[in-house]
Design a binder for this molecule. Structure first.
Ligand SMILES: [Mn+2]
Length: 359
């Protein structure tokens, strides 16, 4: 009896599942984002007010290009949308925009009272000022969730674990069946290469590769590697910058085992440039270290051509800690593959915490 009951229940479950999946649309599924949104947005803001698409502060190429490309898509869908930036664009982004003849978005330093779509970030610490008094209507992002952005209504929140926000924007064009023009394809292509280190970083997915391949074709770029090196040439030249400025361009800090650690990442084009920059920064650090407040200071000199890196370490036991954390035997701390900074920071943290336990 029990067996029969179980059988009937399972049968019911299987039939139910088959009916459920049969009822789901197969193939292309279209929905009008702004039609759905209009049901909510009228409660808080006039629907015909301009919506600003904006990325994080200290803008990088993905933040700027995804804002431009998403605003462009919205315009094609007859939504009043304009891209904005909340800080000066860097040399790499400047190269991408000039290469594809696209204007940089205007700067905005306070967003309060405006309708906004956030791209490439989801946390107020990285958002433009006035975010707490703005009306967030969409978020499109590929980062961890921190969850402190508030909205007045239900919103579209599109987040995917992919290498760049531009990959998601590419999907949005396809979902809405909107053709991507050459300029938009070019800047999204550049942004994907920037965020994924030319499709080589650990967070690069097949979807990023598919998007980049499709966008490269539309943008008529013959050689992806050549374009990437050109794109990075200016960015890695550090022309007219002091050693201190170079070190603090991409700088993070973390604390572990009661010690304060500084982590700087610098990029170079090839081996010869890596060696030059290494010597220059090392000379500077020999004097600078004693004058600053970190217990340990690491500089990862990344090299684009071979996708390898070398780490410089300063402070008592810094070299021992680093080799223990990463299992490095090479005395120059060469990384044959470019291990993500977060992973290295976690390994160093664990090593320092362990030492503290032992002590
Ligand atoms: Mn990004």
């Amino acid at each position: 009896m029990k067996a029969l009951k179980f059988f009937l229940r399972m049968w019911g479950f299987i039939v139910g599942m088959v009916l459920t999946f049969a009822a789901l649309p197969v193939g292309e599924c279209k929905f009008d984002v702004d039609d759905i949104r209009s049901a909510f947005i009228e409660e808080v803001e006039e629907i015909d007010k301009t919506t600003y698409v904006i990325g994080h502060t200290c803008p990088d190429s993905d933040t700027v290009c995804s804002a431009i490309a998403y605003a462009n898509l919205k315009q094609k869908l007859n939504v009043k949308c304009e891209p904005r930036i909340s800080g000066k664009i860097n040399k790499e982004t400047d190269f991408i925009l000039k290469y594809f003849d696209v204007d940089a978005p205007p700067l905005i330093d306070n967003i309060s009272g405006q309708n906004i779509i956030l791209v490439d970030h989801n946390v107020s610490a990285q958002a433009v000022s006035g975010i707490e008094a703005a009306c967030v209507v969409e978020i499109i992002d590929h980062h961890n969730l921190f969850g402190d952005i508030k909205s007045k209504t239900p919103i579209f929140y599109l987040t995917m674990p992919v290498g760049s926000t531009s990959t998601i924007i590419w999907l949005c064009y396809r979902q809405n069946n909107v053709a991507i023009d050459k300029k938009m394809a070019g800047i999204m292509f550049g942004a994907i290469l920037s965020d994924t280190d030319n499709l080589r970083s650990a967070n690069t997915t097949n979807l990023d590769k598919e998007a980049a391949e499709n966008l490269q074709k539309i943008a008529a770029i013959a050689d992806r590697n050549k374009f990437f090196v050109e794109m990075e040439r200016d960015f890695t030249s550090y022309d007219g910058m002091s050693e201190r400025e170079i070190i603090f361009t991409d700088f993070k800090e973390f604390c572990a085992g009661g010690r304060r650690c500084g982590w700087s990442t610098v990029a170079t084009l090839n081996l010869a440039e890596r060696d030059n920059l290494k010597v220059r920064l090392d000379d500077f650090m020999q004097k600078f270290f004693a004058t600053q407040e970190f217990d340990m200071f690491f500089i990862k000199v990344h090299e684009i051509e071979s996708y390898t890196a070398e780490i410089l370490a300063y402070g008592a036991d810094a070299r021992e800690i680093l080799s223990a954390a990463l299992g490095l035997t090479d005395e120059n701390f060469i990384l044959e593959t470019n291990i993500p900074n977060k992973k290295i920071a976690r390994a160093i943290t664990a090593t320092l915490e362990n030492l503290k336990l032992v002590a």
